[in-house]
Design a protein around this ligand. Structure first.
Ligand SMILES: [Ca+2]
Ligand SMILES: [Ca+2]
Ligand SMILES: [Ca+2]
Ligand SMILES: [Ca+2]
Length: 250
């Protein structure tokens, strides 16, 4: 199962559909899904076609501002569904990573496995504008286009299946308890950082270890854990202090 934790504590930016030229990303924080009422459900995910002519990046930022992303088409079934709701040229969430290995990726990190390119595509060129590294449906088969291409006339957002879960911030070892072991794990990560320059934590672990959300894992986080542990020990009702809700992508 594919899962990641959306950072609810992040500031949520407001993004409007007024922009026609590609502008920079100011805040791409993942936010709680705000799925439009008229989005269409398929296989647990929701989809909506937008007919606004944005550049690829602005289209992705708009989807993100609603807690979604540009559609990722990872199976023939999903492709068939997209064809059933779209009869125009639209951006989708595929891009060629020109600054890395020059191969194609989905914006969500899903496996780039299924493809549905049109004949001769991706060709990284057209008679309109070159340097094509963003994917579109054209309207069915895929075509690579330039980021700022005006050859398409909209985009498709997707919202994945989410559930809301309670997470214990400070719980470093995926059990059901916050206790002294968690504090010592936090101190160990802090010590690793001091000696090797690296916490040795995954992004998700870092999120759990950094209890006070100041982007540093250190003794303060461990001391907060110990205080909460003491509170729980002396007053069982206090364990609700540890819950916070996160949206979990399934
Ligand atoms: Ca998808
Ligand atoms: Ca092309
Ligand atoms: Ca624990
Ligand atoms: Ca911290």
């Amino acid at each position: 199962m594919k899962r990641f934790i959306a950072a609810l504590l992040s500031a949520v930016s407001v993004f409007t559909l007024s922009s026609a030229i590609c502008v920079s990303a100011e805040d791409t924080a993942v936010t709680t899904p705000q799925i439009p009422e008229n989005a269409v459900e398929f296989n647990g995910s929701f989809y909506k076609v937008f007919n606004d002519r944005l550049c690829w990046l602005d289209a992705e930022l708009y989807c993100e501002s609603l807690g979604g992303h540009l559609v990722t088409i990872t199976s023939q079934e999903e492709q068939d569904f997209i064809e059933s709701i779209n009869w125009q040229r639209k951006w989708i969430g595929g891009y060629r990573h020109t600054g890395w290995d020059n191969t194609w990726y989905w914006i969500t990190g899903e496996e780039w496995d299924y493809t549905n390119w049109g004949e001769g595509e991706p060709n990284n060129s057209s008679n309109v504008i070159s340097n094509e590294n963003k994917a579109s449906v054209w309207p069915k088969l895929w075509n690579d286009l330039n980021l700022n291409s005006t050859e398409q006339n909209g985009f498709i957002c997707e919202w994945d299946k989410y559930s809301v879960e309670h997470v214990y911030l400070g719980n470093t070892n995926d059990d059901e308890e916050i206790n002294a072991l968690d504090a010592s794990n936090i101190l160990a990560a802090y010590a690793r950082k001091q000696t090797t320059g690296d916490y040795g934590l995954t992004d998700q672990q870092f999120y759990m270890y950094d209890v006070d959300k100041n982007n540093i894992v250190n003794a303060t986080d461990a001391s907060i854990v110990l205080k909460y542990y003491a509170d729980i020990a002396t007053n069982a009702d206090n364990d609700h202090l540890w819950y916070f809700e996160v949206t979990v992508k399934e």
